[in-house]
Design a protein. Structure first.
Length: 358
């Protein structure tokens, strides 16, 4: 029995998240040979090179390298709000759903949620929250809205891409009301791959942008917060305050820089695998999915008559690792480590798992 379990684990197709990617041999070489220095003192040349290149790609003045995407988002919030302020974001935003209520703990701010399809809300909903109240209603009674946050691509929305015109419409409203605009762009690289719109074009409307290297790009660690020089000076203060101060961080920054320069052109592979996987799922009983909704590397599907927890357990025993999402939902994410042949293998295993549960 133990031998069988070991064999299953050895051939496991891990589709839980693109954070499960492993560094390539070339990336490991770049990391081993990286020039390093003490980043807290601003002495690490590889970190500096990564920050310059990231800011350049997004068309902004400066960038700050930190350990995680959660930290970039939280530093961005702290930079541009004060305790008691309100931020607007989608009701299923990563900043709210998956960051441990950090905005309340670290910045003392109150989230106000906007509805929207697949994580994309309307500029009119933002306008309604920013319109000044009547003079008979004292303004100090409620906290001021200081920031609006978007997520592109949207995780819970199944990797949905924000249309550029919708971003610009929201930005027009926030500029008019002098409200900060932040982008959780952990998977912004995928939006660019899907549409051909450059990262800089997407970033142009935002005061701050968070981008990750440890998801689709396949680096082991790290994210950058990007924005104006003035804001990034403030960001470095909170990076240190939140425990993000590195020492010889060039070793991991080299992996991120390698990914930035070499892995972005490969992201289309992950989109193709995700779409083909979705098309295969659509042929199976007890599964509901519209393959046309799969825009990037994330696939979300629903089960009918089968508990999601039971399903992912059965598939795991057979060699495919997925995440349940609620009672009947499942999330699958493709990344550079997953080969085209493994798409077919995963579909075959899922078919067997469904038969075993019916």
């Amino acid at each position: 029995m133990k031998a069988l379990q070991a064999q299953v684990m050895e051939r496991m197709i891990d589709l839980r998240s693109d954070t499960c990617s492993r560094p390539t041999a070339e990336m490991r070489t770049a990391m081993a040979e990286a020039e390093v220095g003490d980043d807290v003192y601003g002495d690490d040349p590889t970190v500096k090179a990564l920050e310059v290149r990231t800011a350049e790609l997004l068309g902004k003045e400066d960038a700050v390298y930190v350990p995680t995407g959660t930290m970039t988002n939280q530093v961005a919030l702290r930079c541009q709000t004060e305790p008691g302020d309100v931020i607007l974001l989608h009701e299923q935003a990563h900043i709210h759903e998956t960051e441990g209520a950090a905005s309340s703990v670290l910045s003392g701010i109150l989230p106000k949620f906007l509805p929207g399809s697949r994580g994309i809300f309307a500029s009119g909903d933002v306008e309604a929250c920013l319109t000044p109240g009547h003079r008979f209603a004292p303004s100090p009674m409620s906290g001021p809205v200081r920031m609006v946050c978007l997520e592109n691509t949207h995780n819970v929305g199944g990797g949905a891409v924000w249309p550029l015109e919708d971003i610009q419409a929201v930005a027009q409203v926030t500029r008019f009301h002098e409200t900060a605009l932040h982008l959780d762009g952990a998977r912004l690289w995928h939006a660019t791959t899907a549409t051909g719109i450059t990262e800089a074009e997407y970033a142009a409307s935002f005061d701050t942008i968070s981008v990750c290297f440890s998801k689709g790009l396949g680096a082991p660690v790290g994210s950058c917060l990007v924005g104006s020089k003035e804001l990034m000076v403030r960001a470095r203060r909170f990076k240190q305050q939140f425990g993000g101060g590195f020492r010889q961080a060039g070793i991991i920054a080299a992996g991120a820089l390698h990914a930035l320069e070499h892995h972005r052109p490969r992201l289309q592979e992950t989109h193709d695998n995700a779409r083909r996987f979705a098309e295969g799922l659509a042929q199976l009983p007890q599964i509901e999915i519209d393959p046309a909704s799969v825009e990037t590397n994330i696939v979300r599907f629903q089960l009918t008559g089968i508990d999601a927890g039971d399903f992912v357990e059965e598939a795991y025993r057979r060699g495919v690792h997925m995440l349940p999402s609620g009672r009947d939902g499942v999330r699958v994410v493709f990344y550079l480590d997953i080969q085209a042949r493994q798409v077919d293998e995963a579909l075959s295993t899922i078919k067997e798992s469904l038969k075993a549960l019916v």
